[in-house]
Design a protein around this ligand. Structure first.
Ligand SMILES: *Cc1c(COP(=O)(O)O)cnc(C)c1O
Length: 361
């Protein structure tokens, strides 16, 4: 049945190995981030087989299942926990990223109840304006409080960049993280096992040999699962990375010559937007049996057949121009696409899209 998402864990393993090697060369431990692929078990297996040092995911709701098949690797919770998630965090996560001392105290109380030590990474705000203590120097006071808690251990500090505010990781912001790490180690006479310098977007610094030396951990998802955004947005091509780790397959359900400009009274589309069109005369168009409900962003799909142009989508229909396709297409033909991160995130989680694991075990 279509639509179908082909998943290639072997290629994801290959990508993990390449990033791991790059990290290892720079004394950096690799927390592989599986959230972009909704923790498809074979993908998680591939990430582990490729050399992940930690397995990281953003949603505690997925950890119970993750824990059931990840036995020998620390699980890291990426999204700072909320007051309603404390029990699960202590039960299933080994390490969590945190930015609120009140929450850390709740984690401590729950860890006492469950007789566990829970590790935390204290997040610092360095400009992107998502999670983290601000100003970053305040972390020193916070650590004094953390060190009083019996069942919490400070595993390290970290930061998150180029997510909300679009701020680039550089020698200045990561240099600050690095300096604060040194200061903390000296002042508290305790080693930080984790100084976590961000995600895929921190790789350019590593590739340019500009990563501050104290950074010893990165949390990497995109460049392992896809390797496409880092190339097209940041213009960094990491040698050997396979970008065709997922292939979306959708079926042609209508194929007709139609005008390229809608006719009748212009009003709004299914999502309340007023679309505009240029008139290119009559063109051959296909409707594919998949839609925004599955991938959200039609413009982030990459058609693998030459001559196909994505025109748009409604919730269940993807409309493509096929006038320039050389061969003769027919109803029922399958059209293939590669993906950017957004569609990968949604398609892997969509219960309406069948997943097929290719060439794995
Ligand atoms: C998603 C996420 C990452 C991974 O980002 P990529 O761009 O996929 O490498 C790292 N850290 C945190 C806190 C995240 O939420």
């Amino acid at each position: 049945m279509y639509p179908k998402l082909e998943v290639y864990p072997g290629k994801i393993k290959n990508n993990t190995e390449i990033i791991k090697k790059l990290c290892k060369k720079n004394n950096i431990k690799l927390a592989v981030v599986s959230k972009g692929a909704n923790n498809i078990p074979e993908v998680v297996e591939a990430l582990i087989a490729g050399g992940a040092d930690y397995l990281a995911d953003s949603r505690i709701k997925r950890f119970k299942k993750l824990r059931s098949f990840v036995k020998n690797l620390p699980l890291m919770l990426l999204r700072i926990p909320g007051p309603g998630e404390i029990k699960e965090v202590i039960k299933y996560a080994d390490i969590s990223l945190n930015s609120e001392i009140e929450i850390i105290k709740l984690l401590n109380e729950e860890a006492k109840i469950q007789s566990k030590m829970h590790k935390i990474v204290y997040m610092l705000e360095l400009g992107d304006l998502r999670e983290g203590v601000y100003p970053a120097e305040k972390v020193i006071e916070k650590i004094k409080e953390v060190n009083k808690l019996s069942n919490i251990s400070l595993e390290g500090i970290g930061t998150n960049l180029s997510c909300y505010g679009g701020i680039k990781p550089d020698e200045k912001n990561l240099g600050k993280l690095s300096d604060l790490a040194k200061k903390i180690e000296k002042q508290f006479n305790q080693k930080l096992n984790i100084v976590s310098g961000g995600s895929t977007t921190s790789l350019p610094l590593l590739l340019d040999d500009k990563m501050p030396k104290k950074i010893n951990n990165l949390r990497i998802g995109e460049s392992i699962l896809l390797g496409r955004d880092i190339e097209s947005l940041w213009d960094y091509n990491i040698k050997g990375i396979k970008k065709d780790t997922f292939i979306l397959k959708a079926e042609i359900i209508e194929l007709k010559d139609k005008p390229s400009k809608p006719f009748g009274q212009p009003f709004v589309d299914a999502f309340g937007h007023k679309p505009s069109f240029e008139d290119h005369g009559k063109r051959k168009r296909a409707i594919l049996g998949i839609g925004k409900a599955d991938f959200v962003y039609p413009d982030q799909l990459i058609p693998l057949k030459e001559g196909i142009e994505i025109l748009g989508a409604s919730s269940d229909h993807l409309i493509v121009d096929v006038e320039d396709v050389e061969e003769d297409l027919s109803l029922g033909d399958i059209i293939n696409f590669n993906l950017f991160y957004g569609p990968m995130l949604y398609l892997t989680a969509s219960s309406l899209v069948e997943k097929e694991i290719i060439n794995w075990r």
